[in-house]
Structures are given as structure tokens and as C-alpha cells.
Design a protein around this ligand. Structure first.
Ligand code: ATP
Ligand code: MG
Length: 732
């Protein structure tokens, strides 16, 4: 926003100050509301982009220890003992150094963090210090790249080197600094690192072996060989393992990872609009539909509907997929589409590749000699002497390369209607966006429907064109979520409390509904009984689905400096007031306000009203759960203890009017007796107001707490008696 540059300069605001500006500051500088929102969102991104995955990370202090969900990779040089007997020590050192460099380069390129070199072994974490929704996938990608690259290294060994790689994914505690400098290491405690090490030992030279948790997260993205169940040293149960064969198994991320497992629910208007635009496109009036919505809301699913509905009609389909790993590689979606459409395989010779490419060009246009050399160049296929060499300036080559796919599209559309699906534009590279700019304008007069999907962080440039519709997918209504749950349970009813929890915690996002329901069904919390599921134990809080953890944590990690505050908010509850968080937090007010604004601009929380009267709500209950789940037990207890103390001293009306709120914090803080007493009081209040269901629930909680106390202690006996009296009252 160049119009503000002078104003910022006049006020001595440079980049270092910009990060600390609040909404109020910007307002004082005369920045409009819309621009303030945009600026704050950009400011929120600043620290992440500037420190994105540095080579060496600032270590977490002991207090920063976190429960995290990581994909952990172990790789080991094959035959290193033999090498050590054969080579001079200096040569051996050079071999290991070359191998370590290769590992570091590949692992860091895939977003991994090298935690430790152990002789010739390398330990790497994916998902630390910054989680991303693709950690497991990137770990596997790095593993495949390693087993391919290491044998090609030129070293004094004078023979190809080999590696084996093991990868496991799961919950760990990361923290505690050991050593400094190059040996700096974030210690990870948990089963996952051991599992990765054992799988590595099991892997044959030159292969990557993964654990069930990793396999579940990578779905159909790779090709695997099932190694069956294997016995692993140090594990008391056998474990299933897979060898990863290659990465080009899937064309579409949606089909590889999600697929349509339940019938479509709702979305009638959206379906009607898409089908109507397809009819118009077929009649020669080219249309574009921009399909936007948050992750998991059902964008890809809508494109699937369109593909299904048009399946029987004569038309051509072009599907492009942006990939989170190729945001910097020019025209990646086009390259992947051409490779896939032409059926080009890695094992094909150059001649075969060129012939396959020419075949698909011929389906669209007669101008083969014009387009083939450009597209071959794009795909890295040598043209030999089949065409004259491309003798162009870089600018001319770029212009012509962008023209070639347009020629294909125009040619195809002249022969039959074309349905183009362009998925996940938020991961598109700049050259692809330039190509889309031209395509969107050109197709207005072609028999083409182009559907572009993206998450809301992407702001498309094409919204104002008359042939373009913007379709924003919102969350589903509760009854629609119930329909999805019901499909997954095979029509059996879940216990009311559990179904209620699923609805409350998934906020109408179909992906969350699916994953949480599957987690509940797998968890052993319920079992089938006739036409229903019944609870097998006292219903507590259901776990966060492992499949969603990485993506939930990624949202929190976008701003590591506000993580503590997000955790404090999470301990307070889905909703909390500015007044309460200000009283509990130890941050100075200006910093607190700024941090809350950052959480808000990252869309982790919503705000109603302005501080000091503001009320905040976590946008997603599951994000709140994830923030809470990353805290170590000790920190949780301390936080709840502090919250309980603040409530009692500064907010005396809370214990009086909602004893159950204080009870929850006391219970989590380990103040069991006090918590039980407060729940009994809460039950009494609910009974007095004839809220019998709540009264019973409070008493059940009190009873569960009392069960953890020494059974014969006089205080325990007294509490138990009071619960019985309360129960009698309530049941009478
Ligand atoms: N209306 C619906 N009815 C039934 N299932 C749905 C519906 N919408 C989405 N789903 C299911 O929810 C899951 C998530 O949907 P989808 O993958 O289409 O989301 P998305 O918006 O494309 O997310 P992302 O931004 O991560 O790509 C899928 O398994 C999909 O089948
Ligand atoms: Mg999608």
C-alpha cells in the first residue's frame, strides 16, 4: 500500500516498528478499516517469513517444552563399518561430510529440522519448530530423495554409498536443550523416535520404511509395499510397516487423501450454480467460478460433484493441482498435468516422452511444430534434432511458453467443451498466476468452464469480470453434520453426549466432522449394540484426530510468539473476556492487546466489542483443543491454578453464579477436594433452578473427583455423603 509509505516514514515507522503496530496505532495514522485489516494480516505474517525455517533454530528453553506431533526420520549410511576399515580416517571423514551435506540439503529443502548427527546416522524432525499440514508427506518425500541422491555422491569411497531410512509419526514432548552450537539438539521424548530408529534398521539398503501413523497421513500420495507386521526390538507389540516405492501415485490430492467417503450433503444452490455455468460454457459462453472456503469445508468435493454430473457428456477435462511443495517452481501445475495427461513415466526414454507429448498436443491442435518444442522444454524433454533449437530471448521464451497451453486450450475448446478444474490456487507459483490472468480473459469466448478453488488467504485478481462468479463455501448446518455422522456410523445413533460433542467441536466443517467421528468410532469409547452405539466408559473429552493435528498446530505455529497466549486462552475456554485474560496473563497491557490482535488477524480467534470490554471466541473448537493439547501437564496445572486464584479474588461473582467454572479450573489444577465441593454447589444451584440434567452432570463430576481421593479420609467421606444427599434430592 504505497499511499501510506510517506505517512509511515513521517512517523519514523520502519520494518522493526511495523511488527509492533496495533489496530489503534494504524487508525491514528489514518489507515482505513479495510487497509488496517490487510496490513495487520500482513504484519502477522512478518516474523514467520523472516525466520522461515532457519538452518539452526533458537532452542526451546526448558519452560517452552511442548507436546508436539512430529514425523521423525532416521537415516543411516549402509556399510559404514566396512568403509571405516577400508578407508583412511581422513577419507572416511570426507565421505561422512559429503553424506551429511547431502542429507542436510534435502531435509532442509523439504522443511525438516536436523536434530542430530550421530556418527553416520542423521535424526531429523518434520513439524518442528513449525508444524505444517504436510509434515508426514514431506518427511517421506525427503526420504525418497535421499535414497536416490546418496548413491550418486562422489566421494573418496570410490563406490556408491547407500542409505536406509525409517520414518514414524506421533506425539512427542520436545524441549530441553542438550549441548550448544553445532551439536545443538532439541531432545524429543516419546515412542516415535525409537520407532523411526527401529524401522530404519529394518529397511533394506536404498529403501524408506514408514510406520502406520505416517502411512495413515500420506494416504494415496505414494506407492507402497506392505511389509506386513514386524517385530521390533524394544516394542512389546508387533507393528505394521510399509516400504515407500515412489511418489507419483496420485494425480489429485483430494483423491489421494480424502476421497468422497460419504454421499454429498446439502450444497444444493452451489451445485445448481456450477451446473448452470457448465451449461453456459457448453453453449460457447466461457465461464469462471472461483470456489473459495476454509480448509476442509468441501471445495474439492464440489469439483467432484461437477465431474460426476458431467461424466456422461462428451467433453474434455483438464485438471491442474497446485502443490504445497512446489510454490516456487514455475508452472508446476501445468507440468504435472501434461505429464499425467500424456502418461509419461519416469522410465520412458526421451524419444518415448516426446512422442507421448506430441500425441496429446495433436488431440488439441494441428500446430504441433509450434507448441511441442516449448512444452517439451517445459517438461525437460530433449528435442534432439526433431525440431529446430529454440533460439529465443528469456522474455520471448516466457511469453511463448505461456502461449502454448493457451493454444492447446483454444484448440481443444474448438473441438468439444472443456471442463478445467484448477485446485488450490493458494499454493500457485507466480508464473502460473500470470498464465491464469491471461486464460481467465481469453476463455470468455470459448466453450470452457474453469473452476478455481482456493482457501480464503488467497485473493484472486479476477473477481470483477462479468463472466466470473465468486462462490464462497460456508460451514454446514448442524443437521447436515448429523447426516455425515450418520453415514459414517452406518445409520446407528451415537450416545447423545458424544454426538453433541462432535457437533460442538467441529463447527460445521465437514472434514472435521468426518475425522472426529472416525476417531470416536476407533477409540473404543463406544461399541455397537443393535441399532446404536453405546458408551463404554464415562464420557470425557474425545481426542483430537491425529489426521488433523498437524494442520491445527500449523495454524498456531504461524505465530510462535503468541502461542503462550493462545494456550492461556485455550485454558480459559472457547470464549474468554479481555478482562479475564488481562487479569490472568502476565503481559503488559499494550503487548497483550497487540498479541490478541495478532491472534485475531490470523483468524484463530474472533472478537466482539473493543478492549477492555472485548469478548473473544476461538474460531475453531479444535484449534482451542490443539493449543491446549500442546501444553505440558505441569504448565496446564499452573495455568489453571492461576486462573482459579484470579477468579476467586478478582471475579467473586463467578464462583457465586457459576461454581462449575471455578470447579473446572480447580479440578485441572489438581485441587481435587475444592473442585468436588464446587461441583456439589453447582449441582445445588442447578437443582434449585430445576435444571436436573445439569445438576446430575455436576454431581457425576464431583463423584469422579472424589473417587480419586483417599477413600477413608474423613473429608472424602463427608464429600461422598454430600453427593449422595445431592443425588437423592435430585432424583426425588
Ligand atoms: N457437502 C458435503 N457432504 C458430505 N461430505 C463432504 C461435503 N463437503 C465436504 N465433504 C467431505 O469433507 C472432506 C473435506 O472436503 P474437501 O477435501 O473437499 O475440502 P476442501 O475445502 O477441498 O479442503 P482443502 O482446502 O484442505 O483442500 C472430504 O472428505 C469430503 O468428502
Ligand atoms: Mg481441496
Amino acid at each position: 500500500m504505497p499511499e501510506y509509505a510517506t505517512r509511515f516514514a513521517d512517523h519514523d515507522i520502519d520494518l522493526s516498528v511495523l511488527c509492533h503496530l496495533t489496530d489503534r496505532d494504524l487508525k491514528e495514522l489514518g489507515v482505513s478499516l479495510g487497509h488496517r485489516r490487510k496490513l495487520l494480516a500482513n504484519i502477522a505474517e512478518l516474523p514467520v517469513t523472516s525466520s522461515a525455517r532457519p538452518k539452526t533454530m533458537a532452542p526451546a528453553s526448558r519452560d517452552d517444552a511442548q507436546r508436539r506431533h512430529l514425523s521423525i526420520m532416521f537415516c543411516d549410511l549402509v556399510g559404514s563399518t566396512a568403509l571405516s576399515t577400508r578407508l583412511d580416517v581422513e577419507d572416511l571423514r570426507a565421505v561422512v561430510a559429503a553424506y551429511h551435506r547431502c542429507c542436510a540439503e534435502i531435509i532442509e529443502r523439504e522443511g525438516g529440522f536436523i536434530a542430530k548427527y550421530m556418527g553416520d546416522g542423521v535424526l531429523a524432525y518434520f513439524g518442528y519448530p513449525q508444524a505444517s499440514e504436510h509434515d508426514a508427506e514431506r518427511a517421506v518425500q525427503a526420504g525418497l530423495a535421499l535414497v536416490e541422491a546418496v548413491p550418486g555422491l562422489e566421494t573418496p569411497a570410490n563406490a556408491p554409498l547407500g542409505v536406509r531410512v525409517g520414518i514414524a509419526t506421533g506425539l512427542v514432548v520436545v524441549g530441553d536443550l542438550l549441548g550448544t552450537g553445532a551439536a545443538q539438539e532439541q531432545a524429543v521424548v516419546g515412542e516415535t523416535p525409537n520407532l523411526a530408529a527401529r524401522l530404519q534398521a529394518l529397511a533394506k539398503p536404498g529403501t524408506v520404511v514408514i510406520a502406520p501413523g505416517t502411512r495413515e497421513l500420506t494416504g494415496g500420495l505414494f506407492e507402497y509395499r506392505d511389509l506386513g507386521t514386524v517385530a521390533l526390538k524394544g516394542f512389546d507389540r508387533d507393528m505394521r510397516a510399509w516400504q515407500v516405492l515412489s511418489s507419483d501415485a496420485a494425480e489429485s490430492r483430494f483423491e489421494a487423501l480424502r476421497a468422497a467417503s460419504t454421499p454429498l450433503v446439502g450444497r444444493d444452490d452451489e451445485t445448481a450454480l456450477l451446473l448452470n455455468r457448465w451449461e453456459q460454457a457448453k453453449a460457447g459462453e466461457g465461464r469462471v467460478v472461483l470456489l473459495s472456503g476454509e480448509a476442509g469445508v468441501g471445495k474439492s468435493r464440489m469439483t467432484q460433484v461437477l465431474l460426476e454430473c458431467s461424466a456422461q457428456e462428451p467433453h474434455a477435462r483438464l485438471r491442474y493441482f497446485c502443490s504445497p511443495h512446489h510454490q516456487d517452481s514455475a508452472l508446476h501445475p501445468l507440468i504435472a498435468q501434461l505429464n499425467h495427461a500424456a502418461g509419461i513415466r519416469r522410465t520412458d526414454t526421451d524419444g518415448e516422452r516426446l512422442a507421448k507429448l506430441e500425441d496429446i498436443i495433436a488431440e488439441a491442435t494441428d500446430r504441433i511444430a509450434e507448441t511441442a518444442p516449448l512444452l517439451a522444454d517445459l517438461l525437460g524433454i530433449p528435442i534432439g534434432d526433431r525440431y529446430p533449437p529454440l533460439d529465443l530471448t528469456p522474455a520471448a521464451r516466457r511469453a511463448k511458453t505461456l502461449e502454448a497451453p493457451l493454444t492447446l486450450a483454444e484448440g481443444l475448446a474448438a473441438r468439444r467443451p472443456v471442463l478445467m478444474i484448477f485446485e488450490d490456487a493458494h499454493w500457485s507459483d507466480p508464473t502460473t498466476r500470470a498464465l491464469l490472468d491471461i486464460l481467465v480473459d481469453r476463455l470468455a469466448v470459448l466453450r470452457v468452464l474453469l473452476v478455481i478453488t482456493f482457501r480464503p488467504e488467497f485473493v484472486p485478481a479476477w473477481r470483477d469480470r462479468t463472466h466470473v462468479d465468486l462462490l464462497s463455501l460456508g460451514r454446514l448446518a448442524p443437521d447436515q453434520c448429523v447426516a455425515i455422522i450418520s453415514h459414517l456410523t452406518g445409520g446407528r445413533l451415537l450416545p447423545r453426549e458424544i454426538a453433541g460433542q462432535i457437533l460442538d467441536r467441529t463447527d460445521g466443517v465437514p472434514l472435521f466432522v468426518e475425522e472426529l467421528t472416525k476417531t470416536v468410532l476407533k477409540s473404543g469409547l463406544v461399541r455397537k449394540a443393535g441399532n446404536a452405539y453405546i458408551a463404554t466408559a464415562l464420557i470425557g473429552r474425545t481426542a483430537i484426530p491425529e489426521t488433523l493435528l498437524a494442520s491445527l498446530l500449523a495454524r498456531l505455529d504461524r505465530m510462535p510468539e503468541t502461542r503462550d497466549l493462545a494456550q492461556l486462552g485455550a485454558a480459559l475456554g472457547r470464549q474468554f473476556s479481555y478482562e479475564l485474560i488481562a487479569a490472568v496473563s502476565e503481559l503488559p497491557p499494550a503487548l497483550l492487546e497487540r498479541s490478541l490482535e495478532r491472534l485475531e488477524s490470523a483468524e484463530l480467534i474472533f472478537r466482539r466489542g473493543a478492549p477492555p470490554d472485548a469478548e473473544y471466541t476461538f474460531k475453531h473448537a479444535l484449534v482451542q483443543d490443539a493449543a491446549y493439547a500442546t501444553m505440558l501437564r505441569d504448565r496446564r496445572q499452573r495455568l489453571h491454578g492461576r486462573i482459579a486464584a484470579v477468579l476467586e479474588t478478582d471475579f467473586p461473582e463467578v464462583p457465586k453464579r457459576q461454581p462449575e467454572t471455578l470447579a473446572r479450573h480447580c479440578a485441572e489444577a489438581g485441587q481435587t477436594e475444592k473442585a468436588a465441593e464446587l461441583y456439589i454447589a453447582a449441582s445445588g444451584r442447578a437443582t434449585a433452578a430445576s435444571n436436573n440434567v445439569e445438576a446430575a452432570a455436576h454431581l457425576k463430576r464431583a463423584l469422579a473427583l472424589v473417587a480419586t481421593l483417599p477413600p477413608r479420609a474423613p473429608r472424602t467421606v463427608e464429600l461422598r455423603n454430600r453427593i449422595m444427599v445431592g443425588g437423592w434430592w435430585w432424583s426425588a
